[in-house]
Design a protein around this ligand. Structure first.
Ligand SMILES: Nc1ncnc2c1ncn2[C@@H]1O[C@H](COP(=O)(O)OP(=O)(O)O)[C@@H](O)[C@H]1O
Ligand SMILES: [Mg+2]
Length: 303
């Protein structure tokens, strides 16, 4: 369950205020895949970063501490960035297992958990290949496997099919849809691909920081989403572990905030690329560091 109420994020740059997200309310049920599109600059990436607690909304009242935000990302969020951000010279398997290792899962278990996801994205034969030996589409699929390997409850994918041909795009969106339904995960997928969006349970459009329903393009993608999860999502709160209150915004309009509750049971360790969040725009491959270093780097770099 993901719930946003009137979330606001304005950037101040060069003396100008950019109203990147301007009062967005959104609920995604467990098991639901929601496709989001909108023109460049409409705030799609900003919205995903806010939900992943990589950015903080304006005027939040119950903000997460850095540490809580970091834990939330590791435990609950799988983020597929607009650019792949793979470690250079590391194998597909090491890349896919990386966030599990950062989340303190042991090497053997991390590999065992990452392999089935690499197989599922069609890379069973490429486990030992490095990003330099993979095509753009294959690199993107490694990044998707990395995001899914932690079995997160919340999957945020920022144009993950941008480098893929239409058959692969379709497969990836179907995969995200089945992951949503199987694991009762909430999936928010930014995509401009009309065919891919048609596979989603629901389509939304972001324009100038505000959210609108987007009409179904042909097929109505209604898949049975497990919609009963509202209470489950919230009940996690009582355990004291759940929930990112990513904030309130909205000036006079009152409460807002992002809550992502843990629906009970075990929550997989999820792999946000935490502090590497914000600003990068180039595709690709970055050098890795050891788990411990990377993790503390992440904390430090969190905006
Ligand atoms: N770190 C930042 N500082 C200032 N302005 C930003 C920053 N990031 C994004 N913006 C601005 O916020 C708006 C929304 O950007 P973004 O969320 O990247 O949109 P999209 O992903 O839909 O293309 C744009 O006007 C962009 O220039
Ligand atoms: Mg973007």
């Amino acid at each position: 369950m993901l719930e946003l109420n009137g979330v606001v994020k304005h950037y101040h740059s060069a003396g100008e205020e950019v109203r990147a997200i301007d009062g967005v309310s959104l609920t995604i049920a467990p098991g639901e895949l929601v496709a989001l599109h909108g023109p460049s600059g409409s705030g799609k990436t900003t919205l995903l970063l806010l939900i992943a607690a990589l950015l903080k909304p304006k005027r939040e009242i119950s903000a997460l501490s850095e540490e809580q935000a970091c834990d939330f990302r590791f435990e609950e969020v799988g983020f597929v960035y607009q650019t792949t951000r793979l470690m250079a010279h590391a194998s597909a398997l090491e890349n896919a297992a990386r966030d599990l290792l950062l989340g303190q899962v042991g090497m053997r278990e991390a590999r065992a958990r990452a392999i089935p996801w690499l197989e599922r994205v069609g890379l069973a034969g490429s486990l030992t290949r490095t990003p330099e030996q993979l095509s753009g589409g294959e690199r993107q699929r490694v990044a998707i496997a990395r995001a899914l390997a932690g079995e997160p409850r919340l999957i945020l994918a920022d144009e993950p099919t941008g480098n893929l041909d239409s058959v692969r795009s379709q497969e990836i969106v179907e995969l995200l849809g089945s992951v949503a339904h199987e694991r009762e995960a909430c999936v928010l997928l930014v995509t401009h691909d009309v065919e891919a969006a048609a596979l989603a349970d629901r389509r939304l459009e972001l324009r100038d920081g505000t959210l609108h329903d987007a009409p179904a393009a042909g097929a109505s993608g209604g898949v049975e989403a497990g919609k009963g999860g509202v209470e489950a999502g919230r009940s996690g709160g009582e355990t004291g572990r759940s929930g990112a209150e990513a904030g309130r915004g909205g000036g006079e309009t009152g409460r807002s905030g992002a809550k992502a509750g843990r629906g009970g049971g075990d929550a997989g360790r999820g792999g946000g690329e935490a502090g590497r969040g914000g600003g990068e725009t180039q595709d690709s491959v970055q050098s890795g560091s050891s788990g411990a270093e990377a993790r503390s780097g992440q904390r430090a770099a969190t905006p």
